[in-house]
Design a protein around this ligand. Structure first.
Ligand code: SF4
Ligand code: SF4
Length: 157
């Protein structure tokens, strides 16, 4: 299992140091996040953004899971989040379900902040809105991690 927070810490600190040292313009950072968005969807926020990392730490100390979820759910203030979030629908890599493996346990929906706030969304129920295609999905991969039968994957197939 990938430890997202460890990866996020390493990327966020490295990204901050490189961007500061080389004084990389915000335009290039947005461009970088957008190119990542085309390939992977909204991965920048939760896996490598220094501000996102600090925000997550602050939310942790707020002692309210709901506040943290609300922050993730509504995060549209940043142009990278906005652009790459809307690229979730068409990115090369997407979160997909193998219905033949799924045992309908519902653990993915229980862990996803999108389905928790929007009951019309579901990762496994037919006829519901796919949260992983929404701009709100920050590719946290929690749904994939909790699935007991590996029915969910992040794939370009
Ligand atoms: S990666 Fe999965 S758990 Fe995380 S926000 Fe997207 S759909 Fe929800
Ligand atoms: S956690 Fe996995 S097995 Fe359970 S409902 Fe979701 S996709 Fe299906």
């Amino acid at each position: 299992m990938i430890k997202r927070k460890s990866v996020q810490a390493v990327f966020a600190i490295s990204f901050y140091l490189v961007a500061s040292y080389f004084q990389i313009s915000l335009v290039y950072i947005i461009l970088f996040g957008s190119v990542l968005g085309i390939i992977f969807g909204k991965v920048f926020c939760r896996w490598m953004c220094p501000i996102g990392y600090v925000m997550e730490l602050m939310m942790k100390f707020s002692k309210s899971d709901e506040k943290s979820s609300l922050y993730q759910y509504h995060k549209l203030g940043c142009p990278i989040a906005w652009i790459s979030g809307y690229l979730n629908k068409m990115s090369f890599f997407k979160i997909k379900i193998d219905h033949d493996k799924c045992i309908d346990c519902g653990k993915c929906d229980d862990t996803c902040y999108i389905t928790n706030f929007n009951k019309d969304s579901s990762l496994f129920k037919e006829g519901k809105i796919d949260p992983a295609a929404s701009y709100k999905c920050s590719r946290c991969m929690d749904c994939i991690t909790v699935c007991p039968v590996d029915a969910l994957s992040f794939t370009n197939k």
